[in-house]
Design a protein around this ligand. Sequence first.
Ligand code: KG4
Ligand code: ZN
Length: 346
Amino acid sequence: MDTQTGFIIGVDTSCDDTSVAVLEERTGCVLSNIVSSQIKIHQGFGGIVPELASRSHMENIAFVFAQALESAGINIQQITRVAVTNTPGLVGCLLVGTGFARALAYQLGVPLHGVNHLEGHLFSPFITEPPLFPCLGLVVSGGHTAFYRIASFEHVTLLGQTVDDAAGEAFDKCAKMLCLGYPGGPVIDQRAGRGDQNAFPFTVARVKMGREYLSFSGLKTAAYHHIRVFGDLSEQTLNNLCASIQKGIVDALMDKAAFFFTRHRFKSFAVSGGVAMNSLLRTRSLEIADRFNVKCCIARPDYCTDNGAMIAHVAHVRQLDDQLFTLGTEATKKIQARKLACKKKQ
Ligand code: KG4
Ligand code: ZN
């Protein structure tokens, strides 16, 4: 390790994962990325309980931070910058991360940067692969589903997004109806591998607002009606439903990606967010990139779900101000998806 280089700390406590990462300032190399998941705490409730999430961040953050330093092999004095998610997210959760990060930066006398969580996801494929601009960026997470035109790290334009549920939310809600627990995406993905994806038809919804928008609420209702028809679901029917729901969600995403590829000129396709873990989405993203002759960059699985590395990475690739005395937090998730765009499409 270069002993002269500084280290960026990335903190994310926006939802139900407490994460701290250490990134080497000069090279952008991730030296550690510790994630403490709260899934076990929320599982029994069928979804995230905000108060329990913030309390758990409070209990874990100091330990996760210590582990991140130890695993990176650095000491606290070597930290040169601190980056933290300050929006969007659950406000009580964001306050734990931003409070911790601010105290750390203040104590060390180093700059503090507030990072938009969606920007973290959007650029996360470029932690491991060099970017190729202009790029069509797709962020698919539990709270957001949006397409962006990335002209550079400083120039991002929102192209379109879901008008209702996010893709991850659709996975989670369908899994809940099928009594498969929380989070729903991974279990649906697993069962889909043993099911027939054409057993139940889920058509891609048309949205009145315009072709650039997506909707998943119709799919959720259709899933509900299919499930109601059966009393007890056999294992095979359950697997078939999972495979069909997964295909319905991925079809909607790929239909929109194809729409943007025909409307704009891109050299690459970057897919990120928790749902980018999905095996069918990963395969179909590669296929569509091939079809439109662009490079495909999908976030590495450990950078798909929430993590501190993607937050430190934003501080590495973007010019950010020191916000030690000005950093605030904003809670509204969907509005923030629009605000991410550095140059907005009005
Ligand atoms: O990005 P993320 O960790 O949190 C947010 O910022 O929202 O994404 C979590 C979402 C959950 O909805 C979860 O069900 C989904 O990612 N997810 C998946 C898979 N793994 C996680 N969805 C589909 N297939 C998967 N394999
Ligand atoms: Zn996220």
